[in-house]
Design a binder for this molecule. Structure first.
Ligand code: ATP
Length: 367
């Protein structure tokens, strides 16, 4: 049986500093993978540790499958071992003096599962993580990626209702990381387990999550499908953190439903997508992904003249610096053809659905 998880108005204040978690609420339906994404210090690990019972919240409520496991107001704090969950951490946390099988069977011995059942459950867990042929190897003879698979098998072997994963891929080299990232989603979906996964890596979040929650300063800014987070960020920080690294400034001239017209300050105007409820005359900041800038491909009303400042090859893509509205913007084109010459003026199209306008509420949102 897989769990549902309900986190309501969660708060955690350590003895010093601002609140590590400042009123976070979300739900995870059975069998869903939710990824908490955010920069270092945003409170994602503390949230996960509160769900695990390793950290004691200051306020709010946590329920697993309808059972309240934490509620400071009601004096409820169920210990971690009674929450029926598995955990995988950044460090592999395997016992080096044991074989793969001994590592994976360990939690079953602890839980007094019958030997024949335990042997079968270990085989199943090892098959799931692709380590059936390695059962009798000492763990120290494995690669980092394989050790993390052992840790994963060990956390799943007793079939917990809920799996919590805290940056489990961070210690792996780039190639292993990508492989295990892709495998992990397949493995989790095969088990049907509910999972809460913490990372600061947006590519990992997009691949793994059914939904992604973006956190900043102890708050959950947006939780939605990767598609919505990526293509319709509700917040300027979310847009930035998920790769919309260009930012323009302007003043709204008119609003018309989902779109508006912005004056960019140099007399030029263009259409933008409104990501919040905004009014004419409001100052706005506009987020734009480098890959959504089309150099040399004029396309209707949102086409502007810009100067190509520089060009850099980046393997399968080419990055350009361009000057537009008095700002330097980054643009990316797939391929390595030197299509645009440095120093020339080019016509640049910015599709209105890719220009996301937000209220200008002060300090920069770049982290
Ligand atoms: P990282 O990716 O670096 O682990 P994170 O987003 O997971 O970051 P947390 O580890 O949850 O962030 O930390 C959130 C805030 O709480 C930070 O400001 C951190 O300094 C603080 N914090 C975390 N643990 C403690 C602790 N034991 N005592 C005091 N402050 C803490």
């Amino acid at each position: 049986m897989t769990a549902t998880l309900e986190v309501t108005d969660l708060r955690k204040q350590f003895s010093i500093g601002r609140p590590a978690i400042d009123g976070v609420s979300f739900g995870v339906p059975a069998g869903e993978i939710v990824v908490l994404l955010g920069p270092s210090g945003c409170g994602k690990t503390t949230t996960l540790r509160c769900v695990a019972g390793l950290e004691h919240p200051t306020g709010g409520e946590i329920s697993i499958s309808g059972r309240v496991v934490s509620s400071p107001a009601s004096g409820i704090l169920v210990p971690p071992r009674s929450r029926d969950l598995g955990m995988v951490f950044q460090s592999y946390a395997v016992w080096p003096h044991m074989t793969v099988r001994q590592n994976v069977i360990y939690p079953l011995k602890h839980r007094k599962v019958r030997r024949t059942d335990a042997a079968r459950m270990v085989e199943e867990a090892l098959a799931l993580v692709g380590l059936s042929d390695y059962a009798d190897r000492p763990v120290v003879a494995l690669s980092g990626g394989q050790m993390q698979r052992v840790a994963l098998a060990r956390s799943m072997v007793y079939r917990p209702q809920l799996l919590l994963l805290d940056e489990p891929l961070s210690n792996l080299d780039a190639k292993l990381r990508l492989r295990l990232r892709d495998d992990l989603r397949v493995i989790l979906k095969q088990t049907g387990m509910t999972a809460l996964y913490v990372t600061h890596d947006q590519a990992e979040a997009v691949v793994l999550g059914d939904r992604i929650g973006v956190m900043r300063d102890g708050k959950l800014l947006q939780m939605d499908t990767p598609d919505v987070i990526y293509n319709r960020p509700a917040d300027l920080f979310v847009a930035n953190f998920t790769g919309a690294t260009n930012e323009l400034a302007g003043t709204l001239v008119t609003c018309n439903g989902r779109y508006g017209v912005v004056d960019f300050g140099d007399g030029r105007q263009g259409e933008v997508a409104l990501c919040q409820t905004l009014k004419p005359d409001e100052k706005v900041r506009i987020a734009l992904r480098p890959e959504n800038i089309a150099i040399g491909r004029p396309d209707g009303a949102n086409t502007f003249s810009a100067k190509v400042l520089d060009r850099r090859y980046q393997g399968t893509q080419t990055a350009y610096g361009i000057e537009l509205f008095g700002k330097r913007l980054e643009a990316i084109e797939l391929g390595t053809a030197a299509r645009h010459q440095v120093g020339v003026e080019a016509q640049v199209a910015l599709p209105r659905e890719c220009l996301w306008a937000y209220r200008d509420s002060g300090p920069a949102s770049h982290d």
